[in-house]
Each structure stands twice: as C-alpha cells, then as structure tokens.
Design a protein around this ligand. Sequence first.
Ligand code: MG
Length: 248
Amino acid sequence: MITLKSPAEIALMRQAGRILVAALEDVKKAIAPGVTTKTLDEVAARSIKSRGGYPAFLGYQGFPANICTSVNDEVVHGIPDERVLQEGDIVSVDLGVVYQGYYADAAWTFPVGAVSAEAERLMSVTQQSLWRGIAQARAGNHLSDISHAIQEYVEQNGFSVVREYVGHGIGTRMHEEPQVPNFGPPGRGIVLREGMCLAIEPMVNVGTWEVKQLANGWTVVTKDHRLSAHFEHTIAVTAAGPVVLTSA
Ligand code: MG
C-alpha cells in the first residue's frame, strides 16, 4: 500500500530532512585524508542528536552504526570502522533521520582530497542522474519515468546503474512502498500522485553493474572492484512539482 502524506506530514519530513542535511554538512567538513570512517559516524550522530533528531539507521535490521560509509568500490551499506580515508578515495555517506516519527533519507559521495578525473566524472554523473530522476517525480507521470531518466543519463555517460538495490517510498517508516528502481523502460508502474514521498537513490558504477555482498552481511561492493558512487534525496510529489525534502 502506498500512503499519501498530508502537507503537515510533509512538513515534518522536511524538518527531518533539514536535520539530515546539517549532519551531512558536518560530515563533509570532517572528511580529510587520515580520518577514520568511525569518526564520520560519530560526527553525524552528534550532529543529528544536537538538533533533536535520531539516526534512523542505528539498529535498523541490526545495522551496527549511525550512518553508512562506503569507500571506493563499496557501493552501499559500508560499516564505519577504523578504516583510514586516503587522499584520492571517494566516500559515499548515506544517512537517515527520524524526527517526531517522520523519516528522511539521503546520500552523498564526497572526494577525499584530490581524486582522479574518473572519480570526479563518476560523482558528477551520479548526482546529475539523481536530478534527472527527481525531475520526473511529477503527479501524472509513471513511477518508471524516474527509473528510465536515471538509467538513460548514466548509460549515455558510459557508466552502469546497480540493479540489486533500489530507491523506495518513505514516511512514517524508512522503507515504504513503492520500490523505485534506477533502471527500466518509461511509462510503467504506478501513476504518481500528490503526497507521495520517495527516496530516489541512483547507485552508479564505473564498470559492471554487478555487485556482491561481503561476509560481514552488510557491505556491498562492485564485482569488478571499480569505483561506485551514490546520491540520494527524499522528495515529495506536490502540486508544484517535486520538492526536495532533504535540503537546508
Ligand atoms: Mg534510501
């Protein structure tokens, strides 16, 4: 069942989104060569709690940290630990915030110091693909218009979209229906309506789209160990078009 959110509910999700983006800014400032991913986790948790939110990933299906930090060939669900970030790495930071019972979810891939031209292009294309997807999140469009816009842009630029993990509805739970794939033909799936809230989240690989999960049961890496990037926003479908809720 897909729930439609009232303007008051969307306003609460927006509050969660503001807290999330402030935390993401704090994490961004902390990213540098020599910093551990565990430090980023601590920065995010402090930031979220200081603004009255709660880190939604902590304990979710047993996840052992506040945020996900996925470095280089890690696609999603990397667990913050003693890993030290190196100059030239890219790190995807994915975090959820719950505020007064409403959720926001977003991700951003950051460079660590100076990175390769390939890494720069991957981050840029992934972020642009997210905006292409968001632009399709309009009442009357089909769900897969989002999916198609993302895949088309990514593949035009020579990269691939991950198939095994997808975006999702969001609201009073972090993961609600519908699933929002980052691939597929246009004009399929449900018709979007005002009040639908979606987390749109392209995961884009330089090489193959195929991924595998590590033995820790969480971390997902590219099968060919080439780079992966991840950008995500929580958006609401409104009469005025798509509104990004994970913004300042
Ligand atoms: Mg998500």
